[in-house]
Design a protein around this ligand. Structure first.
Ligand code: TXA
Ligand code: MG
Length: 336
């Protein structure tokens, strides 16, 4: 057990963080998507600590975070999509799967020949990358399978006493994890995780159709299931029941779940009928706001130890695809 300190991001706390990273310790850092559990991406023993702290199986590869596209190319094989997408979308919430070079330890990639890379845009994270001379491996800073953290408090409540330091930069901007695009075969870019960078934006920029293994049945995975693609993930402890998009208009009949059960109802926008324990992710159904509030609402409700949480799915358009995906996985345990 160690005492975990939460420090507001500042010059002094950033410096302290860099020292811990240089010594091979993992620390929790803000990114523009969710908080990450960062450690030296080129150091086997530092990488091992990430897996230990999260309780993450070693078969689940990590994302490496770099300060620039040039630095990415030092450790990953170039291809024309890497340069093109890197120039267009980095720094930002896009992760690319490319062939790795030998400088990246097998532990980071679960023994695969490919590596997940991105250049994050959060200024605190970037200032740390500017100071060190190695990339940072950083999965979301939550215990394996649980809801991702969008505030320093979320990290503290789940990983407290397992890490030395959490840098607090307030709530994250996007609230869900980066979009993951597999570009190992530049002729067949494939979406592996929906996120803030939309498939339609990627298609417009590339001028090609992007494959979706879920709908195209073209899964190019080398050998294993990547847990971000696991059916159950992002799960709160409380049972979660999904309501179809549009439920906010009429509400649900609470009598259905009358009795001793303690429940909460979460709508994507402020509903017409408001009862006890009614929540909404955005006043007017703004998708960015829904995404930003999603995980923090799930964290808050989970701490209330209710019997069941009903949550309305947003439309599947645009950023809604990512939110639908996270909610389907979060509810998978309850629906088994
Ligand atoms: O927004 C984000 O991407 C956040 C922040 C901290 O950067 N990170 C994040 O990492 O979400 P993590 O580890 O929670 O999710 C990374 C996902 C996992 O599902 C992993 O299986 C997949 O990326 N992944 C990593 N390397 C891969 C590879 N070589 N091929 C396919 N999937 C890979
Ligand atoms: Mg994660």
């Amino acid at each position: 057990m160690m005492k975990t300190r939460v420090l507001k991001a500042s010059l002094a706390s950033t410096r302290e963080c860099v020292q811990l990273l240089q010594k091979g310790y993992p620390v929790a850092l803000p990114t523009e998507t969710v908080y990450g559990l960062a450690a030296n991406g080129l150091d086997e023993s530092a990488l091992r600590k990430i897996f230990e702290v999260k309780g993450r199986p070693l078969i689940d590869p990590l994302i490496l975070h770099f300060k620039s596209l040039t630095h990415v190319k030092e450790h990953a094989q170039d291809n024309h999509l890497l340069s093109k997408l890197g120039k267009l979308f980095w720094p930002g919430p896009l992760t690319l799967i490319v062939a790795k070079k030998t400088s990246i330890p097998d532990l980071a990639t679960a023994g695969m020949k490919s590596v997940a890379v991105r250049v994050p845009s959060n200024t605190v994270f970037r200032s740390i990358l500017e100071t060190i001379d190695f990339p940072l491996a950083a999965p979301s800073a939550n215990p394996f399978g649980y809801i991702s953290p969008t505030t320093a408090e979320h990290v503290l409540s789940t990983l407290g006493n397992r890490i030395h330091l959490i840098l607090d930069d307030g709530p994250t901007n996007y609230g869900v994890e980066s979009t993951i695009l597999d570009i190992r075969n530049p002729l067949k870019p494939t979406i592996l995780r929906h996120g803030p960078i939309l498939i339609e934006d990627l298609e417009r920029c590339l001028g090609v159709t992007i494959l979706d293994p879920k709908t195209d049945g073209d899964n190019q995975f080398e050998n294993q299931v990547a847990p971000g693609q696991l059916k159950q993930h992002y799960s709160p402890h409380t049972a979660l029941s999904l309501l179809p998009y549009g439920t906010w208009k009429r509400g649900i009949n609470l009598k259905l779940s009358a009795g001793p059960e303690k429940i909460a109802l979460v709508y994507t926008r402020k509903p017409k009928v408001i009862c006890d324990q009614t929540y909404w992710l955005s006043e007017v159904g703004n998708m960015d706001e829904i995404a930003r509030n999603l995980f923090s609402t799930l964290h808050k409700l989970d701490a209330m130890k209710l019997d069941k949480v009903y949550i309305e799915l947003p439309s599947k358009n645009g950023f809604g695809a990512a939110i639908n995906d996270r909610l389907q996985r979060a509810a998978a345990k309850s629906m088994q």
